[in-house]
Design a protein around this ligand. Structure first.
Ligand code: KIV
Length: 277
């Protein structure tokens, strides 16, 4: 797909049709996601869990994120590419956040960045937007600071915390974010937020009323089985298919069935004779 989608187009689609977003971390999967016409590709810090085998998203840094974001950008001609700012890049030292956001744009050719809500989120968001970089917010369950939220739990289940989420969403809109991810939020609270905002809400575990949806691609393809959150729908169960292919390969190599003549290269008999003793 050609014709690159812009932040303004994403904004203008609110209320017209639902927005689609998936994660990708490498060239082959990003190519397929882009070809399918998905609106936005997030190079998520979920990279830590589903690709690198780490137990927390806080364990990936700029080096890993840029490495994967570059591969995704190379594959994409249509979708908006979003670089997910890792924990170390803005939460540990907020003063480095603009410099790191710029690296996603300049080095990895991303179109914008996403960052999770934390106590200094408004200040950091304001500075990055002031530097001319579009920002997608992320509220609700924010995995980088899940410990402070009582773990990996649905957020906004009582009036007080729900009100806090509504305030955060409105603050992000006021700061100039072009969209906001709502993760693990009751569907009726997501509906209230979606109706209050002019910018699109993108849900993950936040029900059908959001303006768009996002899933981690390894979850929806059945490529990650360590745990599966309730909000994941597996559109495919790839792991057993891959395991079967690997087992077939192993058996055929041992049984000398692979490679067959169709996978081998030949040499003319007269040439062979010249080197045979
Ligand atoms: O890193 C990620 O995959 C995300 C999505 C869950 C929104 O932040």
């Amino acid at each position: 797909m050609e014709n690159k989608i812009t932040v303004n187009e994403i904004l203008s689609l609110k209320g017209k049709r639902k927005l689609t977003m998936l994660t990708a971390y490498d060239y082959p999967l990003a190519s397929l996601v882009d070809k399918a016409g998905i609106d936005m590709i997030l190079v998520g810090d979920s990279l830590a869990n589903v690709v690198l085998g780490l137990d927390s998203t806080t364990k990936v840094g700029m080096t890993e994120m840029l490495h994967h974001a570059k591969a995704v950008s190379r594959a994409v001609s249509h979708a908006l590419v979003i670089g997910d700012m890792p924990y170390e890049s803005y939460q540990i030292n907020p003063d480095n956040s603009v410099k790191n956001a710029k690296r996603f744009i300049e080095e990895a050719k991303c179109d914008c960045v996403k960052l999770e809500w934390f106590d200094k989120c408004p200040q950091v968001t304001r500075e990055i937007i002031k530097a001319g970089i579009p920002v997608m917010g992320h509220i609700g369950l924010t995995p980088q600071t899940a410990d402070q939220l009582g773990g990996f739990k649905v957020q906004g289940k009582d009036a007080e915390t729900a009100k806090r989420l509504i305030d955060q969403a409105q603050e992000l809109e006021k700061l100039g974010c072009f969209a906001v991810v709502l993760e693990c939020v009751p569907d009726k609270i997501a509906k209230i937020i979606t109706e209050k905002l002019k910018i699109p809400t993108i849900g993950i575990g936040a029900g059908v009323h959001c303006d768009g949806q996002v899933l981690v691609i390894h979850d929806m393809l059945g490529l990650f089985s360590r745990y599966t959150p309730k909000f994941v729908k597996k559109y495919l169960d790839l792991s057993p298919l891959i395991s079967k292919a690997i087992e077939d390969y192993k058996s055929e190599v041992i049984a000398e069935k692979f490679p067959g003549p169709e996978h081998s290269f030949s040499i003319k008999e007269e040439e062979l004779k010249k080197i045979k003793p």
